[in-house]
Design a protein around this ligand. Structure first.
Ligand SMILES: CC1=C(CCC(=O)O)c2cc3nc(cc4[nH]c(cc5[nH]c(cc1n2)c(C)c5CCC(=O)O)c(CCC(=O)O)c4C)C(CCC(=O)O)=C3C
Ligand SMILES: [Fe+2]
Length: 353
């Protein structure tokens, strides 16, 4: 008997056809009174791909990969999958787990970094789902720590950067002439600060990205210059968000004439979803071409075996209550601390260990 009965794979969710697009965007922007005309502007990224975000399929594949890895290691924990913004919603996943007798859940959130979007937003939606299903006093949910510097998250990125740099070398571009751009989701400056002001400007969010990028660059391409850039900003243009935007940074790199090649490393995301397919593969790649740079986009961790194994390691570290000092981490910031439990009182979970 372990501390947990099941794993809850907690995703963002995405539309799976043209008719889903506006309802999905209404879910994402709920409570902010954004008119459908404005949503239709955002919708065109999704419309371009038939109204389908790849994110749900990627989470189905991740669930299957986790199940296979758990089975291979003889760990008897079923995986339930739920999303913040699309079917299956958190409530359905939690109810399905409860109906099968699983009330002690360990949530694996598909977000590697600390920010409101990656932490509180998921937490608030899980709290709401427990409330709406009437299971607040019955089901307890713990969450695995942010894994931005876990070896399982870093290894596939290192591999991807190495491959991209080698491909450019095969085209005659030396590693010294390749600039690595580590790309992540921009957030409002205030949101970044709030992620952990003790970590300096940009809070924990920026500090984690800088620390991770440094490790990946040093491992994968120590002679290539690198920088941290941001993508996918939205909202009121007067509100300051983290900069530079990747397209501005590429234009500046082109104008400086210091690089021949560019490797875009989408390390802010765990899979190649819409933000990667549109903002990087369509827009940033085009910008690089306009500025005469040979460009490669490294893959996200996806279902890379090292990533899947690392996620199972992160589950096991909680199952086995591994002391903090023994938890794997590759930057001085880690191991990131665990989060408070939500749902059923601590005591009932501890008592059933
Ligand atoms: C930090 C961060 C992550 C990573 C952490 C995590 O994984 O959570 C993330 C992930 C994602 N964000 C996604 C999609 C969207 N994000 C939006 C809006 C926003 N994101 C923000 C930040 C983040 N976002 C912010 C500060 C906003 C504006 C305010 C707000 O709305 O809170 C909007 C609204 C429309 C718009 O404003 O553009 C959409 C449609 C998808 C799904 C993609 C797909 O479908 O494949 C994913 C994985
Ligand atoms: Fe987002």
């Amino acid at each position: 008997m372990t501390r947990y009965d099941a794993i809850l794979l907690a995703g963002f969710g995405g539309p799976e056809g043209q008719d889903d697009v506006i309802p999905f965007l209404r879910n994402v922007t709920r409570g902010r009174g954004i008119p459908d005309e404005r949503l239709e502007e955002v919708a065109h990224h999704y419309r371009h791909f038939g109204g389908v975000s790849p994110i749900n399929e990627q989470n189905r594949e991740l669930k299957a990969a986790l199940e296979a890895e758990l089975a291979a290691r003889g760990i008897d924990l079923p995986v339930y999958w739920g999303n913040r913004f699309w079917d299956p919603y958190f409530g359905e996943a939690i109810t399905a787990a409860h109906d099968a007798g699983h009330d002690r859940l360990l949530a694996l959130v598909t977000s590697a970094y600390t920010s409101w979007s990656g932490v509180e937003a998921y937490r608030d939606d899980l709290v709401r789902a427990l409330d709406e299903t009437g299971l607040t006093d019955v089901v307890a949910i713990d969450r695995i720590r942010e894994f931005f510097d876990h070896p399982g998250f870093i290894a596939p990125l290192v591999e991807g950067v190495r491959t991209a740099v080698a491909e450019l070398a095969a085209e005659g571009i030396a590693a010294e002439d390749v600039h690595l751009m580590f790309a992540t989701h921009s957030v409002p400056n205030t949101m970044a600060e709030a992620s952990g002001p003790q970590f300096g400007e940009g809070g924990a969010y920026v500090a984690q990205h800088l620390a991770g990028a440094e490790v990946i660059a040093a491992e994968a391409a120590p002679t290539s210059p690198w920088s941290l850039v941001y993508q996918s900003r939205s909202g009121d243009p007067r509100t300051p968000w983290l900069e530079p935007d990747i397209n501005d940074a590429i234009a500046e790199l082109g104008a400086a004439g210091t690089a021949k090649g560019l490797v875009i490393v989408p390390f802010g995301f765990v899979s190649d979803h819409m933000e990667v397919m549109w903002d990087l593969d369509e827009e940033a790649v085009e910008t690089a071409g306009e500025h005469g740079l040979a460009v490669r986009r490294a893959p996200t961790p996806g279902i890379h075996p090292a990533f899947v194994a690392g996620l199972v390691d992160l589950v096991l570290e909680r199952v086995e209550d591994v002391p903090v000092a023994e938890r794997p981490h590759l930057t001085a910031l880690g191991p990131w601390p665990d989060h408070d439990r939500i749902g059923a009182a601590d005591a009932s979970v501890e008592a059933s260990r």
